[in-house]
Design a protein around this ligand. Sequence first.
Ligand code: AMP
Length: 426
Amino acid sequence: MKYKAPTGTNDILPEQIPLWRQVEETAREMCGRYGFREIRTPIFEYTPLFIRSIGETTDIVEKEMYTFSSKKESKESSIALRPELTAPVVRAYLEHHLDREQKFQKLYYIGPLFRHERPQRGRTRQFHQLGVEALGSDSPLVDVEIMELAVSFFKGLGISDCVLKINSIGCPKCRSDYREVLKKYFAGHQKTLCDNCRNRYDRNVFRILDCKNQQCYQIAAKASAINDYLCPDCQSHFNRVLEGLKKNGIAYKSDQHLVRGFDYYTKTIFEITHSALGSQDALCGGGRYDNLIKELGGPDLGAAGWAVGLERTIMVLGSLKIKPPGQLTEPPAIFVVSVTPEMVEESFVLLSELRKKGIRASMDYENRSLKAQMRQANRCQAAGVVILGPDELKKQVVKLKQMDSGEESEIKRQDLFDLLSKKHMV
Ligand code: AMP
């Protein structure tokens, strides 16, 4: 095989589509139920949007963005394939003044994104996310609402055994004290940290907490957690979120060492994991990002959101042997068969008439024998076959064969549609 899909990308083949649709339809239904409206933003954005929002020292910005320059050589002309969608959604919210129309906006998206990561199970370079962003509110109930929505989405698909882990990383005020604590702690471990983390020590010490290197991870696990350094406001917000989860029967685990790979998060952060996924076990990641709207040039408004990885969701559905309720392939209701090759054009007219009536119909274009066409109709699971030959054409009739009973009848062409409906074949 000469041409292959690029490393870290996947084709989604027709037989997989019903499951994808099931996931997408559940997503749309759930998001609608919780009052979120769909938004679609471009696949690429100007690069500074991501640098500003995700953070210059994050893995995504440092190593994983697909950037290219458009023709003009200004900074603005650097383009990046979107590595996440929170920043684009906030950008669109501000650019189109949705905040002026109504400050509190609940938006969701479904689409592909791109990160130049080392591909492995559950980690690809192009993948799809369902995400929600609730923009314009500080309320802890918004945090609760979006977590409940994520859990309901998974439950709606039949995934009920996932784990919601939650933490608070406070605001810049509480983090400045915590930064000093971390600096002191990691100073004693500088020699054992990986090269990357030694670099992070000066640039952004919080990132060491998110290092995937085993040695760094173990050192980071023993660092004191931010929870002890939360300011009263952040502490009270966090308490109210946990209260809300409890009151609404949403099970969670507090995880004081949970961190996220984006700089924009404040206060609540969370992750939803599933044991079927192995080492890349996160299905969903999210949290509050109270400073991002302002950072991107808008008013000082709070916001929160999450993103679910759809490939991983599909992997979990596979491991639980959950199949879409509908048929895997949608067979044509009717297969039109030409008695002789000369009839192909006339059969095509008939085929086209059926389709215009809204009937799923198909035929053969390869001048196969009558027998071969019947076999083909069988293989594609058509409910009925409509046979057209020179005699039928002359008499303006067709032969109809019902595939389940084998029953054959000759009927007037103009009565075909009514008969198919009466027999519940279409
Ligand atoms: P993030 O945007 O990094 O918070 O990720 C949110 C979710 O997207 C994760 O919990 C995963 O389910 C999924 N995800 C993130 N990165 C990848 C990737 N490289 N390949 C597939 N899924 C991913």
